[in-house]
Design a protein around this ligand. Structure first.
Ligand code: GLA
Length: 405
């Protein structure tokens, strides 16, 4: 199946069939579609945002296109009440499914589920949070709603007028208009439009790991690039994504982050141990921490994983380095990430089905004979440890340390 169709279908799986009303836009005759001009490729100035990986929430993983104003407000309330805001989560992002029709002037209108976007943004801001939104460079989004094709500047202005602070820009139907080689210019078009909009808006490129966007995306004005296809709430899917991100560290830097997709923590398809591994991997990668569960009903256990300050500090470390796999033995992996002050975050992972011992010599990190360590999941300081560390790691589990001289 062509990728574009696969994506269109994937985008629709979260719609319960027959659920009225349906705000999807009519289908497009791509053969007859006039081609929108793309800008000559250049280096757009960085917007200066997202100096650490963005933290927040997005509607997609839990709600799909069944999202509305009331739910978003309640999520903002819950983000505050649960302590997530205080732990650093900031963005409340509406993913696909908010879009309605364009008016006579071509201005995008939200559908009836979002009666007043500006009022919603004001509500979210009053909670100390920021509102994010979603669109596509193509004529249609992945779930078949109106995209920004040919309306880039107008949409960027509209978002700015509403008080939007984050845009996820999802390739989707753009693959039926442009080749991957034109992707940079297509993303630049919106990057420049955002720059002109008069509002600083975090710009998230979503192109499923295609076209080496890690290399060029920052020059479109981007702050994040999607590194893989969509995550599912299953160990297999999460592990396949997370453990494949080691090579991206070379692109990662403040303002430019690898997006391994939104978190599934708390959605019910993995065990607590697996969700801890999920959170640890994303922090090691320096991926955005965008929760994807229903914050209104989450268990204290889910809340504790999402708000683990020691692990969040690794993700948010100001050096902005990505972690890398430094050892691989069968089902076990050791990852290390340089963090401020010459310290390291080290994660001992066990992808296997039986408990395993996973070890590391301090010399491998050039830390000398002895190092001090803190366990970032038990929050215990382990004192000064000679030679190295042997972690006993549960199946699908992790032991994560901060290590310093
Ligand atoms: C694509 C993206 C997802 C989500 C959906 C929405 O599949 O990769 O993250 O935004 O579209 O339709």
């Amino acid at each position: 199946m062509p990728a574009a169709f696969a994506l269109l279908l994937a985008g629709q799986t979260k719609d319960i069939p027959g659920t009225p009303p349906d705000y999807r836009a009519p289908s497009v005759d791509y053969a007859a579609l006039p081609k929108v001009d793309l800008p000559a490729v250049k280096e757009v100035l960085a917007n200066g945002l997202a100096r650490t990986p963005p933290m927040g929430w997005s509607s997609w993983n839990r709600f799909g296109t069944r999202i509305d104003d009331k739910t978003v407000r309640e999520i903002a309330d819950a983000m505050d009440a649960s302590g997530m805001r205080q732990a650093g989560y900031q963005f409340v992002n509406i993913d696909d499914g908010w879009e309605g029709k364009r008016d006579d002037t071509g201005k995008i209108m939200p559908n009836a589920n979002f009666p007043d976007m500006k009022a919603l943004a004001t509500y979210v801001r009053a909670k100390g949070l920021k509102l994010g939104i979603y669109s596509s460079p193509g004529p249609r989004t992945c779930a078949g709603y109106e995209g920004s094709y040919g309306h880039e500047e107008q949409d960027a202005k509209t978002y700015a007028e509403w008080g939007i602070d984050y845009l996820k820009y999802d390739w989707c139907s753009a693959s039926r208009v442009w080749q991957d080689g034109e992707m940079r210019a297509a993303y630049q078009k919106m990057g420049e439009a955002l720059e002109k909009s008069g509002r600083k808006i975090v710009y998230s490129l979503c192109q499923y790991g295609r076209a080496n966007a890690g290399e060029w995306g920052a020059f479109t004005g981007g702050n994040l690039w999607r590194t893989t296809g969509d995550i599912g709430d299953r160990w297999q899917s999460m592990a396949e994504i997370g453990f494949s991100q080691s090579a991206l560290a070379k692109f990662t830097r403040p303002g430019w982050w690898p997006d391994s997709d939104m978190l599934e923590i708390g959605n019910g398809g993995m065990t607590t141990i697996e969700y801890r591994t999920h959170m640890s991997l994303w922090a090691m990668i320096a991926a955005p921490l965008i929760a994807g569960n229903d914050l209104r009903t989450m268990t204290p256990e889910t809340d504790a994983i999402l708000t683990n300050k020691d692990v969040i500090a690794v993700d948010q470390d100001k050096l902005g380095k990505g972690g890398e796999r430094i050892a691989l033995h069968g089902d076990t992996e050791v990852w290390a990430k340089p963090i401020e002050h010459g310290d390291y975050a080290v994660a001992f992972f066990n992808r296997g089905e039986k408990q395993a011992e996973v070890s590391l010599k301090w010399a491998d990190l050039h830390l000398g004979e002895k190092a001090k360590a803190r366990d970032l999941w038990t929050h215990e300081n382990l004192g000064s440890i000679p030679y190295g560390f042997v972690a006993r790691v549960a199946p699908h589990g992790v032991v994560m340390l901060k290590v310093w001289k």
